[in-house]
Design a protein around this ligand. Structure first.
Ligand SMILES: [Cu+2]
Length: 69
C-alpha cells in the first residue's frame, strides 16, 4: 500500500470533499481516499503507486486544483 498526498485549493465544505472523492475514486487501483476541506489535504492510498497526473486531473474534473505535496 502506498499513499500519495496532495494539497487542494478551493474546498469550502463537505460537498467539495464528496465531489473530489467521487472523481478520485474512479481512478483504477485507488483503495482509500482521505480528503478534508478544513486542512485542504487529499491523501490517496493504493496498492501500487497511483498516477499523480490522474489524481490531479480528477481533482480538476471536480472543479478544484491540486498539487502534489
Ligand atoms: Cu463545498
Amino acid at each position: 500500500m502506498t499513499t500519495s498526498e496532495y494539497t487542494v485549493t478551493g474546498m469550502t465544505c463537505g460537498h467539495c470533499e464528496r465531489s473530489i472523492r467521487e472523481e478520485v475514486n474512479q481512478i483504477p487501483g485507488v483503495e482509500e481516499i482521505r480528503v478534508s476541506f478544513q486542512t485542504g489535504k487529499l491523501v490517496v492510498s493504493s496498492a501500487t503507486s497511483v498516477d499523480d497526473a490522474a489524481v490531479l486531473a480528477a481533482v480538476d474534473e471536480a472543479g478544484y486544483s491540486a498539487a502534489r505535496t
